[in-house]
Design a protein around this ligand. Structure first.
Ligand code: AMP
Length: 213
């Protein structure tokens, strides 16, 4: 099963993708994570995208489509969760083409809907474990022991460089200008299902499960 999790920054796409990985053995393909990894590995591409990401703008379609193409070549029997991809109409067209070239198809697009005010709060309190990727929040999901990841016991907790008020404003603008038209695109295709992302994490997960069954 191949699905897209669609929603603004801070909607909870990464958190829900990780649940699906654990429960269904699907593979999470987060272009944000791939780009962050490219940055730290010091590749030419990583250097090129760093300033764009910090400013909250979108990296070129060519770069992100190339990253996804590389990943899905290998195939995964349980399917993929596309998290943060596609973000533009050309990326959506490219994904359809790449899947069909690999004899696969898209089963569902899940919109995780959250209003803007909640996003600002979620993003400004967000931090993640640099070792296992678990996502936390200062007030709604703190670690049990300060500075230590509940999931893997790592001590590499960090905040993203682009999780600040200025960058968030740009990221939201980019979302509304370039990504939100995908909701209409997938609705017209008959693939779109929407869940209320303001509910607690377990309830959202249950609704996603129901939407997929
Ligand atoms: P994310 O972790 O999904 O919030 O992505 C972090 C940043 O990576 C975004 O603000 C963009 O700069 C870049 N990025 C991630 N995915 C894409 C994409 N599909 N298209 C363009 N830029 C992306």
């Amino acid at each position: 099963m191949n699905i897209i999790l669609l929603g603004p920054p801070g909607a909870g796409k990464g958190t829900q993708a990780r649940r699906l990985v654990e429960e269904k053995g699907m593979e999470q393909l987060s272009t944000g994570d791939m780009l962050r990894e490219a940055r730290t590995s010091g590749t030419e591409m990583g250097e090129k995208v760093a300033a764009v990401m910090d400013a909250g703008q979108l990296v070129t379609d060519e770069i992100v489509i190339g990253l996804i193409e590389e990943k899905i070549k290998t195939g995964n029997p349980a399917g993929y969760i596309f998290d943060g991809f596609p973000r533009t109409l050309p990326q959506a067209d490219a994904l359809a083409e790449l899947l069909s070239r690999n004899g696969a198809q898209l089963e569902a697009v899940i919109e995780i809907a959250v209003d803007d005010e909640a996003l600002v709060d979620r993003i400004s309190g967000r931090f993640t474990c640099g070792d296992c990727g678990e996502v936390y929040h200062d007030t709604t999901k703190p670690t049990q022991q300060e500075g230590v990841c509940d999931h893997c016991a790592g001590v590499n907790l960090k905040r993203r460089a682009d999780d600040n008020a200025d960058s968030l404003r740009t990221r939201l603008m980019e979302y509304y200008k370039k990504t939100s038209p995908l909701l209409g695109y997938y609705y017209a295709n008959g693939d779109l299902k929407s869940v209320d992302g303001l509910q607690n994490i377990d309830v959202v997960a249950k609704e996603i499960e129901a939407a997929l069954s």
